[in-house]
Ligand binder design. Structure first.
Ligand code: B12
Length: 459
């Protein structure tokens, strides 16, 4: 990390710093400390905390050779003291909401030191006017259509303060190869690859890539595999996390992807929706593909809680009665499910905590993630809660961690929600409970393998 200053720069060479605001966050220190004592929670935090910024590596993949580049991670700007993480002519800083104030503070320091600052990413797209106060240049939306134009304009000294890619839908058939080679690979225990962007559904609270561009697109499988092969050049048997919104929303693409992964010696993890259980061919392909786990946003096991969450066709609520059967079918294929639940949905009350625990126990979900409903800026949820006077503090982006409460719940107090969350997390991440679910999964897997062996012999 830091500046590596001995290169001879030609007149046109610009030194570009790609600055990733990395790490995981929880504003409530008490909860963070408590979480860190829970074995299951620590396990997942350790795994994910070291992911690099795929957004910035993607920018790097589109950057011409006459830029000298360095990728730098800043987990905690306080750790920098008075200094800056490297000396650059221009820096590109990534933005998720929870760390945006740190990103702005760093941007302000770079600008004071004479460095040109470009801000882009999710939060900048959601709050462009706010971001523009801390940057020389902002990019709204996806970077692919406009990144090269920004760099060209910079080189010619005619860069504009604002570039807006929202009118353009980028075609993944032309996706750039992220520059995984810029990473010090020894620092990571998984790397991300994106296989699609957007989602056919439109959940009120969603703050992921549908806010960059609502169109659902898949990346051609040969391009995904080219990225995986580039990773394998620097890491023989990698663990890949697909940085997707909903990997298997398009079943044909999903089957093709799973089949292509078979025999690659790659273990992988992704996020998708429960309909994966409805495609027996896909499930079989998944079980052969090295898939370690799929994460599914179940949100709640209670029918009433899901009313209106998905805004187009109420899709989430329509699925809930199939949840148990679907989880069983997926896990019976040897693919573990990480079931995600959201606490504090409008149509829930304090009974929802026990309902989730009982559902987890009954279904034997291998892994569970519990987070709080969070109103991210720029989402329909934020607009609605603001209108209803239920945002606790407008602009408190540091609370957008999924672990902190930033709104007034409808049917309980903030304290009841915080207490219910803490207690449920304690019960879900209890070592014995985790152990019991894992043993149940393994026992079932062995039974199925034996049944399969018997039927193969018989035929
Ligand atoms: C991988 C991931 C992580 C990694 C991130 C590693 C990293 N340093 O980037 C880890 C595990 C560390 C992580 C942590 C957190 N995450 Co996270 N994470 C994701 C995930 C699964 C994929 C993100 C991704 O890689 N997308 C692919 C890339 C290519 O897209 P992108 O980053 O948007 O980049 C594109 C554009 O935005 C743009 N761009 C991006 N940066 C820049 C910069 C410049 C200068 C320019 C010009 C353009 C540009 O160019 C790219 C190509 O078009 C998403 C969920 C999802 N499905 O998207 C959640 C998600 C991004 N995470 C989320 C959250 C809440 C968190 C945490 C707060 C959780 C916590 N409590 O700690 C932290 C915050 C981390 C932080 N440092 O700020 C939310 C963020 C919502 C928001 N509006 O902020 C998401 C959307 C999930 C959700 N439930 O809603 N996360």
């Amino acid at each position: 990390m830091g500046c590596c200053g001995f290169n001879i720069l030609t007149e046109n060479t610009m030194k570009l710093g790609l600055i990733a605001m990395s790490g995981v966050r929880c504003y409530n220190k008490e909860l963070m400390d408590y979480g860190l004592t829970l074995p299951g929670f620590v396990e997942r935090s350790k795994v994910i905390a070291s992911l690099p910024s795929l957004g910035l590596l993607t920018l790097a993949g589109m950057t011409p050779d006459d830029f000298e580049m360095e990728y730098v991670e800043v987990p905690d700007p306080d750790s920098l003291g008075e200094g800056l993480p490297g000396e650059f002519d221009v820096v590109a800083i990534s933005s998720f909401t929870s760390m945006i104030k740190d990103a702005y503070a760093l941007a302000d320091r770079y600008r004071a030191a004479g460095t040109t600052v470009i801000l882009g990413g999710l939060h900048v797209t959601l709050m462009p006017d706010e971001a523009a106060q801390h940057a020389d240049i902002i990019l709204i939306g996806e970077a692919e259509p406009l990144w090269r134009n920004i760099l060209e304009d910079l080189q010619q000294g005619k860069a504009k303060p604002r570039y807006d890619a929202r009118g353009t839908t980028f075609d993944f058939a032309h996706s750039p190869m992220p520059r995984f080679d810029l990473l010090d690979i020894s620092q990571y225990n998984r790397l991300t690859v994106q296989t699609q962007r957007g989602c056919p559904f439109d959940c009120e609270f969603c703050a992921a890539s549908i806010r960059l561009n609502p169109k659902f697109r898949t990346k051609p499988v040969d391009r995904v595999m080219a990225e995986i092969h580039a990773i394998k050049d620097i890491w023989a048997h990698p663990f890949i996390e697909f940085a997707d919104d909903n990997t298997f929303a398009n079943k044909r693409h999903g089957r093709e992807l799973a089949e292509a992964l078979e025999g690659e010696g790659v273990r992988w993890f992704t996020e998708t929706d429960i309909s994966v259980a409805d495609d027996p061919e896909l499930l079989k392909a998944l079980s052969r593909s090295g898939c370690a786990q799929i994460l599914i946003g179940l949100e709640s096991p209670q029918l009433s809680a899901l009313s209106g969450v998905e805004q187009k066709t109420n899709w989430k609520q329509n699925q809930v009665e199939h949840y148990k059967d679907a989880i069983r079918r997926i896990q019976d294929h040897g693919v573990t499910v990480n079931g995600c639940f959201v606490l504090g949905l409008d149509n829930t009350d304090t009974s929802s905590f026990d309902a989730i625990y009982e559902f987890v126990d009954e279904t034997g979900l291998y892994e569970v993630q519990v987070t709080l409903m969070t109103a991210f800026p720029g989402t329909p949820l934020y607009q609605r809660l603001l209108k209803e006077g239920r945002i606790l503090q407008d602009g408190a982006w540091e609370l957008c961690t999924l672990f902190d409460v930033n709104f007034q719940p409808k049917n309980m107090s903030v304290q009841e929600l915080e207490k219910g969350f803490r207690e449920l997390v304690g019960r879900i991440y209890d070592e014995d409970f985790i152990d019991r679910r894992r043993r149940r999964f393994l026992k079932r897997r062995n039974e199925i393998r034996q049944e399969e062996a018997v039927s193969t012999k018989a035929s």
